[in-house]
Write a protein that binds this ligand. Structure first.
Ligand code: AMP
Ligand code: GLY
Length: 422
């Protein structure tokens, strides 16, 4: 089968790496891809939301499966676009329908879904410009810190956590006044949950599911988890404190009701669910759903899956995931993200990356890279993820750092403390 991956980050290179290993994969395409995916697949310069260009490519290359990396095409309805088109409807699309993708596209929708299916989450209320006064009054009933969330997609910047009541009231007014454009036309205010975060990944065909490995990512730019938020500076899988008893709670209280809820609401959902959780005391509570894999979580989760990924995806498409065997590598995986100096604020591109072929015992996943005059150069804020395995996650991290010593580009930056809190 010919397969197309949509996206261009470390997540998509990791998908390409796993999919290229499958006997079911004949030709592999990535749109638009990066310098890493071009080594194992054919890159096509098409944007992930250019559905017409994607259609032309799928027909021309006789593609039988499309794996969607980022949320934008899902929230914009790429799944529905395929299913509504006579010439595309038999193509397997790995990703939820537009209605399913609203679990990430709208925080209010996600909260309503959790309430409807008794899934543990923070108490909340949603407000619009018309109900600003009520929103400010609601804030007065809560304890600090105050959690304000833009309803729509805001490139990971739409959540504000504020200590001071007056400031929170002002920010609510700013958000409803268009601080994040349409994305903050509705704002969800929720109870602050105090605990340690982790993410659980699920692959579902809409009826059956497999719980994939857990992961923890490190979002802040600075060591000790300080400074600006990034897309993610590193990740570890599995999460050491997610023991069997805790995982059982997650499966019974969160994963099953989520998948059953999708099925009860007749939502077509053939793809990944990324559940952001906080462990409050001994109990898991959901802070968010994403309808895709995480980045850099994918760089530690997928390499630990020993089963054939394309076979799993074929079973997702046929809704026979329950019949599929699922094998995991018991070792830990750790990844460290190399980023451009200045990221997540302004940074330069086009810096030559050296040392990539000297990496030993680690996997190199490209994120923001491209080729220029036969060289690999930086092309984004997050540039390269280095993933390593070991029985112990601390040893895995050490291997990544040993390899990073051999890599170079001008103004390279990375966190040296991935896993510090575990
Ligand atoms: P989200 O985009 O919903 O994942 O929120 C971004 C970050 O804000 C999360 O990774 C958490 O660190 C934090 N966060 C979100 N909701 C809450 C909450 N109710 N209580 C505490 N922290 C939260
Ligand atoms: N690393 C967080 C995300 O992919 O949303």
């Amino acid at each position: 089968m010919n397969i197309l991956i949509l996206g261009s980050g470390g997540r998509e290179h990791t998908f390409a790496y796993k999919i290229a290993q499958s006997n079911h994969c004949d030709a592999l395409f990535v749109a638009p891809g990066n310098a890493g995916t071009s080594q194992i697949a054919t890159n096509v310069a098409i944007g992930v939301t250019d559905f017409d260009a994607i259609k032309t490519l799928v027909i021309k290359e006789e593609i039988g499966m499309v794996v969607v990396g980022p949320e934008d095409p899902l929230v914009q309805g790429v799944y529905d676009f395929f299913k509504a088109d006579q010439s595309l409807k038999n193509v397997a699309v790995i990703g939820p329908s537009k209605v399913g993708a609203a679990l990430e596209g709208s925080k209010e929708r996600a909260k309503e879904f959790m309430m409807a299916h008794n899934i543990p989450t923070a108490a909340y209320e949603a407000f619009t410009a018309e109900t600003l006064d009520k929103g400010q009054a609601f804030l007065e009933t809560l304890q600090a810190p105050y959690v304000l969330k833009a309803d729509g997609l805001a490139a990971g910047k739409g959540v504000l956590i504020i200590d001071n009541l007056e400031e929170a009231k002002q920010e609510l007014a700013n958000m409803l006044g268009g601080k994040f454009g349409d994305a903050s036309a509705t704002v969800v205010i929720e109870e602050f949950l105090d605990g340690i975060e982790l993410s659980v990944f699920v692959l579902t065909d809409g009826k059956n599911y497999k719980v994939l490995p857990t992961a923890k990512d490190y979002k802040r730019i600075g060591e000790g988890d300080v400074g600006l938020n990034t897309g993610g500076m590193g990740a570890i899988s599995p999460v050491p404190f997610a023991d069997d008893a805790f995982m059982q709670k997650i499966e019974e209280r969160i994963v099953k009701p989520t998948v059953n809820g999708l099925s009860k609401e007749d939502i077509e959902y053939k793809g990944f669910i990324f559940i952001g959780l906080i462990k409050v005391g001994d109990d898991p509570k959901v802070i968010e759903y994403n309808v895709r894999m995480g980045d850099p979580e994918t760089e530690v989760v997928l390499p630990r899956i020993q089963s054939d990924l394309v076979e799993l995806f074929m079973a997702v498409d046929a809704q026979t995931l329950d019949k599929q065997e699922f094998k995991l590598d018991p070792r830990s995986a750790a990844t460290v993200m190399l980023v451009s100096g200045g990221y997540p604020e302004a940074y330069e591109k086009g810096k030559v990356i050296t040392g990539l072929d000297t990496v030993k015992d680690s996997l190199v996943f490209h994120a923001g890279t491209t080729e220029k005059d036969g060289q690999v150069v930086t092309n984004g804020g997050r540039v390269i993820a280095i993933t390593s395995f070991d029985d112990d996650f601390k040893q895995a991290i050490k291997k990544s750092y040993q390899n990073i010593e051999k890599l170079h580009f001008d103004r390279i930056n990375y966190r040296t403390d991935i896993g510090f809190d575990l």
